[in-house]
Design a protein. Structure first.
Lengths: 680, 156, 529
């Protein structure tokens, strides 16, 4: 138990070592070193888990305080770690999947000029993520929260020679900062209310607080969670974040970081239990996000964008679960999702790797012939996410749907949304599977898909930088966020990175395939953690039980079976419909893949056009301003929130008399205020 | 309030005087600025060197030395009136004070304040006379770069 | 002796602090104040160090090695810093005191600020050394002025009398006006000096008006006396006093660059020599805030807090907003940092507006962290300006990560610290400020401060992105570092090292310094028996 600190310390050590010696270790030694650090961390996590399991149920809460970080009167914050059922299971899958993805990256990043830097960031990310889940107080969690944000930013813009990637990184960073403000305020409110921000102190005190306070706290933290976990209205950064290398998408933007919001809400369940309607807000936000993202995913043509929107949608599921206080189901789905979504992303990465970094699914087809291992593992992932029993995704999704159904008056309505999303999920995943692995070999065709096609500019935020890129290399760039910077060419071994009709796809190296196989195994069997058949199978529920104050009970007996039947039916309907459209060709896909869906309901472009805050326009405006500085044409900057700045600049005339006038006006204003306070 | 009446009267008078001066000068001398009039020397001759550049004027330094002694005397005078009451404390204090003041004298001398004549010309001004130069082009707004109306062709 | 009124002039108050020996015992003979030189040792050392340096170099003109002045200045500041230790111990053991006939307060607060001032002198001198050599500017005058201004700042922070504080402020300011204009080869430096001087004199006049009004309302300029008077007396007419608050706030607001008295900041920061800006942004601001806290929080806080707090609140809010948004549109790194320093000033004002001991401690901690990170940032600007001190456009930083990766990394650390990223001092500084504000119920202000931090983060990111664009071209421009080669003088390297260590140390192990800042309470104590 004294080893808790090792869990985040090992990746941190990896980070520090790579910082000093990374370039000297080079490729692939630094990658192996980083992988080793994470694997060691995983071993410690396993040991801790076993240790914790041997303890009596109600003592499973171990705090290890390293030192007092901020002693200041009543407000004391220490660097301390809390190991309890929730955090122990979190660190297990974070380090486990993290180690696999590190291994995968050794193959994927081979030959990249910044190879060691990539692993340096990955290790730092894992250290922050582990700090996030292990921190014994809100501030420490916040530090991890910020840390993962920074790493995410660094990794998204890892290939920052591409302006699009850098812009996407900035977008992710700034959008997350909006959420962070909510987190910060929530922390202060907790401190004001409870006099402490340690999780251990919150639980006993939470029953005594006013419902209004609890609601306010819950909503503030939910704002934080929205930013980090890409929920409506702050979800637009996640699809753009696909600009980063694929292992990053798998690790950060599918398996770990984006689930931090779900973790946070679960961690704060004692407060949530008092928070009243804030829970409804969470549940409905999740439901709407799940539905909107699933509809968008239907029309995406970029292999990673489909998975990105799918992630947003599945996160919506998790928020539905925690919003309806079905925490066990939420955590369950978080874990199974981590397995199958990481698997799908890595599979997609293997496909992209084999296809000379082409990401447009319309140029794939029949790949099962060339990439058998990738195909089989991807197939398992597909079954899992589509909700086909007995794979893991079915069990967790079914549990969420059952819990949601049982949630008061709004339950059935939420459930209907959930079932709709389940159908859509099965549909778009089947569509992806068919487009990638079945059908004809599309890249054999002579002409590459014209860049200007209706669906060419796919994805939210389309049009930000796409025209520029398309002008440069119309054969490769379809939409923005391509995973293909020039700096990345030489590592593939395929020579030219343009996908030629004569291209022969080859299976990726074993470092990339081994993680796929392991993850496929996990995605298949992870459902065993929590089977609804009888009490003794509900292992996860029993495990988490001590730290959850109020859990929405699942329906019993026939209702449960009925709901499960509907869930299976939803999966079957979705798969059948996709089969109907894409294999049988009974329906023109264009009638489903509506342009508005491809453009993400125009949400991002609306932000960009209207809000000007987190939207693309501001960032683009500033980026443009950067470019125009040299010409001295800074006047063009005055867009969006820059208006105020421009106004300020006009006041800054450079003339002393204007400044003196400013001082005088300020003085007069202060005196005017004073007059109101005078008693003469 | 009665005791403040003289003050208020004075205030009003000051204001009236200022206002009258401005108005009268406007009435008697309506402003019709021309370029020549608004230039540095009203004669219309534009200056040929950069105005912000330093040019050596020995008198400045002499004036400084004068101020040093001036201040010294201003403080010495009251001291002499009460020195007997202050005793040694006063003597020490005035010595500290004089030391600080003479220190600046020392610095001035060391900087050549008393070196007369064309001993050395530290920096010769480059006469940058341009036929197109007018009083308007001579006005430079340094620090204006980056601002909206930064004039073209200005170097920083 | 300070132009005080004689007894027969009408003073509209019955009660006057008759125990003030300087004021009212004069007819009976001169009372020689008891002067304890050791109590103001740090200040004396700074001032004497400056004067002696001037004397020495005047006597042996041209025969001192080029490093002499810098070494002298740094040793003086370090020596002054060392003498703080026994004084600190004394204050912690025996409590605060009033010394120098009640004109100077010896308390934790003044000692802490003195320490920060010494630090900023050391950093400023280290940066100046290489700078003067590079620019071909001779002169020990820079260092003399640096020491003298620091002495003024220390006087200001420890003054227990408004007049003394004003003198301190003037000593500080006049020296800095000159320093701002001392780059004789840059016209913009002279412009900056002139602007700063004119506006500074303007605002000093306001401060003096304010002091006069407060004197009129309370009958004394001694802070102890004022505090006592205000707590014992209920003013039937508070107009004069409150107007005094407003005017004094203008004076202090100008020195700390609070909006709307901030206008000079961008121009002066841009024009003045970069190492001087490093000192101005750290030392001068520290002194300004120290004076402000001493007068407003400590003296007027307990009795008239409700009257001045809204004003500071408004200044804080405006500074945060203007500082953050103004920075976005800038294209010159020095101007950007100028606006960001306005925004930092807004943060410290938030702590001042809290009007509490926690607020003061937060402000002190912020000032300490701020000194490290701002001196570091301007240190890099100094180096990057290269000969002529003119390459400060954002585009001049493009490609820095390739040319000088270490420098780019350091700058990134300073910028991230300014943005308030955890495990840098900036995070905790902001955290404490917001915490102090929230615990006084200023939720709106805290919210604005946090939003401003978000906006400001974007600005810092812009600089970082500019430095790290390392491809061949970015939007058609060359992404390699333009201009002459970047050289890092050894002394400046040391300064950057100190700054980065300080920034990180205060972020990772802040425990010691926060408790010191917490102990550094400002107390107004009447003269002991």
């Amino acid at each position: 138990m004294d080893l808790i600190w090792l869990v985040p310390a090992l990746p941190l050590l990896g980070f520090l070592t790579l910082l000093v010696a990374g370039p000297r270790m080079g490729d692939p030694k630094s990658g192996w070193f980083a992988t080793g650090a994470v694997a060691a961390s995983f071993a410690v996590a396993v040991a801790l888990f076993v240790d914790l399991q041997s303890m009596p149920e109600y003592e499973r809460q171990v705090t290890q305080t390293l030192y007092t970080w901020m002693p200041s009167g009543s407000f004391e914050v220490s660097i301390g770690f809390l190991l309890d059922p929730l955090s122990s299971i979190m660190i297990l899958f974070i380090t486990g999947i993290g180690a696999l993805i590190h291994l995968y990256s050794i193959g994927y990043m081979k030959g990249d000029p910044k190879f060691s830097k990539f692993f340096l960031y990955l290790n730092l990310f894992l250290a922050s993520m582990l700090l996030l889940v292990l921190g014994d107080n809100l501030l420490l969690t916040f530090l991890g929260w910020e840390g993962v944000g920074v790493c995410s930013y660094l990794l998204i813009s890892f290939w920052h020679t591409e302006p699009a990637n850098a812009t996407a990184g900035k977008k992710a960073f700034v959008t997350n900062r909006i959420g962070d403000a909510g987190f910060m305020l929530g922390t202060f409110l907790v401190f004001v209310t409870f006099g402490s921000i340690n999780y251990a102190d919150l639980r006993p005190a939470a029953t005594g607080i006013a419902a209004v306070t609890a609601t306010a706290i819950a909503l503030l933290f939910f704002v934080g969670a929205i930013g980090k976990s890409a929920q409506i209205p702050l979800f637009t950064w996640l699809p753009d974040a696909m600009a980063g290398p694929t292992p990053v998408s798998a690790l950060i933007h599918a398996a770990t970081m984006v689930t931090a919001g779900v973790y946070l809400i679960t961690r704060l369940n004692p407060i949530m239990a008092q928070a009243g309607w804030a829970n409804d807000v969470i549940a409905w936000t999740g439901a709407v996000t799940a539905l909107v993202a699933a509809t968008i995913a239907v029309a995406q043509t970029d292999i990673k964008k489909v998975l990105a929107y799918s992630t947003v949608s599945q996160l919506g599921y998790m928020f539905m679960a925690v919003g309806t206080q079905t925490y066990v189901a939420g955590v369950f789905h978080m874990i199974t999702h981590a397995f199958f979504k990481a698997l799908l992303f890595l599979g997609a990465g293997a496909v992209i790797y084999s296809m000379a970094h082409e990401q447009d699914m319309r140029r794939y087809g029949n790949l099962r012939k060339y990439l058998p291992v990738t195909f089989v593992t991807f197939f398992v992932g597909w079954l899992a996410i589509a909700g086909v029993p007995p794979l893991s995704g079915f069990w967790s999704k079914d549990e969420i749907l059952a819990g949601v159904f049982n949630y008061g008056a709004a339950g059935p309505a939420l459930w209907v949304v959930g079932v709709l999303v389940a159908i859509l999920t099965a549909f778009y995943m089947t569509r992806q599977l068919i487009m990638v692995f079945f059908g004809t070999e599309q890249w054999r065709g002579v002409a590459p898909v014209p860049a200007g096609a209706v669906l060419g500019a796919s994805g939210a935020g389309a049009g930000d930088t796409a025209p520029e890129q398309e002008a440069e290399s119309p054969t490769v760039q379809l939409g923005e966020g391509s995973d293909e910077p020039t700096a990345h060419d030489d590592h593939t071994g395929h020579g030219d990175h343009h996908l030629m009709p004569s291209h022969e796809p080859k299976e990726a190296p074993w470092t990339m395939l081994a993680p796929l196989v392991v993850l496929a195994g996990m995605a298949a069997i992870a459902g065993l953690m929590n089977l609804p058949f009888s009490d003794q199978f509900k292992r996860l529920e029993h495990w988490l039980y001590p730290m959850i104050v109020f859990e929405n009970p699942l329906p019993e007996g026939p209702t449960l079976v009925g709901l499960a039947a509907v869930a299976i039916a939803a999966a079957v309907v979705g798969i059948w419909f996709a089969f109907f459209v894409y294999v049988k060709r009974r329906l023109d896909p264009a009638r489903i893949e509506l342009p508005i869906l491809a453009e993400g309901w125009k949400i991002d472009s609306t932000y960009a056009a209207v809000v000007g805050g987190p939207g693309e326009a501001t960032f683009q405006g500033v980026a443009d301003a950067d470019a125009r500085i040299v010409d001295g044409a800074v006047n063009a900057v005055g867009r969006g929130s820059l208006g105020l700045g421009t106004l300020l600049r006009k006041l800054q005339t450079g003339l002393v008399r204007t400044y003196a006038l400013g001082v005088a006006i300020g003085t007069v204003a202060l005196l005017a205020f004073i007059v109101t306070r005078m008693n003469l | 309030m009665g005791q403040y009446l003289p003050l208020i009267t004075l205030l009003v008078l000051t204001g009236v005087f200022g206002a009258v001066s401005v108005v009268v000068s406007r009435v008697l001398n309506p402003p019709r600025p021309t370029e020549a009039k608004s230039s540095a020397y009203e004669s219309g001759i534009t200056d040929i060197t950069e105005p912000p550049e330093r040019f050596p004027v020995r008198f400045y330094l002499i004036a400084m030395i004068f101020i040093v002694f001036d201040i010294e005397i201003i403080f010495f005078y009251p001291f002499t009136m009460v020195y007997s009451e202050l005793g040694w404390y006063g003597v020490i204090a005035i010595v500290i004070f004089s030391a600080a003041v003479f220190e600046s004298f020392l610095y001035l001398i060391s900087n050549g304040a008393l070196d007369w004549g064309p001993a050395r010309i530290s920096r010769r001004s480059v006469i940058a006379s341009d036929p197109d130069r007018t009083s308007t082009t001579t006005v430079r707004r340094v620090g204006a770069d980056g601002r909206a109306f930064a004039l073209d062709g200005e170097e920083s | 002796m300070f132009g005080l009124p004689t007894q027969d002039e009408p003073i509209p108050f019955d009660e006057l602090p008759l125990d003030d020996p300087l004021l009212f015992d004069e007819p009976a003979g001169v009372v020689i104040p008891d002067i304890e030189w050791s109590a103001i040792a740090p200040n004396l050392i700074l001032m004497l160090g400056g004067i002696l340096l001037l004397t020495v170099v005047s006597l042996v003109r041209g025969r001192t090695p080029s490093w002499f002045s810098a070494v002298w200045t740094i040793s003086t500041a370090v020596f002054a810093g060392v003498t703080l230790v026994p004084l600190w111990q004394r204050v912690q053991d025996d409590g605060a005191e009033s010394v120098m006939a009640g004109a100077i307060g010896l308390d934790g607060f003044s000692l802490f600020v003195t320490g920060v001032m010494c630090l900023s002198v050391v950093l400023g001198a280290l940066l100046l050394e290489g700078y003067l050599r590079r620019e071909g500017l001779a002169g020990p005058e820079w260092y003399v002025l640096l020491l003298l201004s620091a002495s003024g700042g220390v006087t200001m922070a420890s003054a227990n009398d408004l007049i003394v504080m004003f003198i301190g402020l003037e000593i500080l300011s006049v020296a800095v006006y000159v320093m701002a204009a001392m780059h004789s080869k840059r016209v913009s430096s002279q412009e900056a000096g002139l602007k700063y001087f004119v506006l500074g004199a303007f605002s000093s006049a306001f401060l003096l008006y304010g002091i006069a009004m407060v004197y009129g309302a309370t009958g004394t300029t001694n802070l102890v006396g004022i505090q006592q008077f205000l707590s014992e007396t209920v003013l039937t007419q508070n107009g004069l006093l409150l107007a005094g608050f407003a005017f004094m706030l203008v004076g202090f607001g100008f020195k700390v660059g609070a909006v709307p008295f901030h206008n000079w900041t961008p121009d002066v920061y841009q024009g003045a020599p970069s190492p001087v800006v490093a000192y101005m942004a750290s030392g001068v601001k520290v002194a300004g805030f120290a004076g402000m806290i001493r007068v407003f929080v400590v003296t007027f806080g307990p009795t008239y807090g409700a009257d001045w707090r809204p004003m500071v609140y408004a200044l804080a809010m405006l500074s945060l907003v203007v500082g953050s948004f103004g920075a976005i549109v800038q294209t010159d790194v020095k101007r950007m940092l100028a606006y960001s320093s306005i925004s930092h000033g807004g943060f410290i004002l938030v702590a001042v507006a809290a009007n509490s001991e926690a607020g003061t401690a937060a402000a002190l901690f912020y000032l300490l962290v701020y000194t490290f990170m701002i001196a570091g940032s301007f240190g890099i600007v100094t180096i990057m300006g290269r000969t002529g001190d003119g390459l400060h456009a954002l585009s001049d930083y493009r490609g820095l990560s390739k040319a000088r990766p270490g420098l780019a990394l350091l700058f990134t650390v300073f910028l991230l610290a300014q943005a308030g990223v955890p495990f840098t001092g900036g995070f905790l500084a902001k955290f404490y400020v917001i915490n102090s504000s929230v615990s006084q119920g200023q939720y709106v202000l805290a919210l604005i401060a946090m939003s401003a931090a978000v906006v400001a983060a974007f600005l810092y990111l812009r600089i970082v992105v500019a430095m790290y664009f390392d491809g061949n071209t970015y939007r058609g421009e060359s992404a390699t570092l333009a201009g002459p080669k970047v050289r890092i003088p050894a002394a400046a390297g040391v300064a950057l090292g100190i700054a980065v260590v300080g920034t990180l140390w205060l972020g990772i192990l802040p425990g010691q310094m926060t408790s010191v800042a917490g102990d550094a309470v400002a107390q107004l104590v009447a003269i002991g028996p």
